[in-house]
Design a binder for this molecule. Sequence first.
Ligand code: BGC
Length: 379
Amino acid sequence: MFLIKAGFELGLLCVLLVITTVAEAKTKITKKSFGLLDDGTPVEIYTLANGKIEAAIATYGGIVVSLRAPDRNGNMDDVVLGYDSLNQYVSNNPYFGALVGRYANRIAHGSFVLEGKTYSVPKNDGDNSLHGGARGFDKAVWKAKPIKDGIELSYVSRDGEQGYPGTLTATARYTLNDNELRIEYSATADKPTVVNLTNHSYFNLAGQGRGTILQHQLKITASRFTPVDSTLIPTGELRSVEGTAFDFRAPTPIGQRIDANEDQLHKGKGYDHNWVLDKVPGRLSEAAELYDPGTGRVLHVLTTEPGLQFYTGNFLDGTIIGKQGRRYAWRSGLCLETQHFPDSPNHPNFPSTELKAGKRYHSVTAFKFSVRSDPGGKQ
Ligand code: BGC
């Protein structure tokens, strides 16, 4: 009887131990200095590693400075473009890896009306405002604290910062879950404002600085996109992708149609458009799947957002020398920016980006890695 009871208790103890191990964080978090800004503000890099993938995040701009994932032979490589030093991010960053806000993408003529009042935001892209203005969230130093399996960054954007109304308290939680990097954004404001947050990583699944992304195959879960004018502002139309170079409903090599003689491609100098995702708004579901046949790496992008900006690095011109001294050629990285549609504050027919005072903005995006063993095969 005693033995049975002891055996039972031992068994229970083992079960408890296993549960404790499962519940424990599996991600190792390390912190190092990334240097000082000119005004003396220290910037750190937090590295998250779980034995499957590894992500390094800077407190400056919430930048994903590296993201390492295995290829089909188990070789790890860094699949995002970026720089080795803080100084380069400060002086010349085309938003590599950055956390973009308060309003990702463009606002036409740097102006919008909210609750009857007109607001002006900086025009830093011709006549338009891009990615939150001249000093957007990508240039802010975020406060960091370790959380389970990752870090939480937070930033308080003051009332009137870059022209936006209301004090906005924003957080971004970067966590590793198995083979995915998950970013969870939240924000609250004390006055009505507009918010659109995203991450601007430039992916190259062959490895950063290893050629162009034209051979990558892309699938986007979208039957429509938002065509743009010559300044990349949406016209307001939600156009079917059917019969156009914008139809990525089946996996298609990016280079196959990027130079097709289509007006929208001329306007973007390639792909630089927002796709209207086929999904239930608010539910975390697949937006895109990217595959590099050369290395076998696959990236699934899941989001709760209604849109996806697919940008093929058309403004990279080969002058940037990135990490490990690698030169970034034209179209050597691509962005899959989960978002609300560009210029939504000026398009009442688009899903609203207004955040009311006291309400919570919440958005989740996951970048999930896997491999395909056969270059021609399915998995
Ligand atoms: C925009 C591009 C812009 C790029 C800046 C993208 O989100 O759609 O037009 O040039 O960001 O790096």
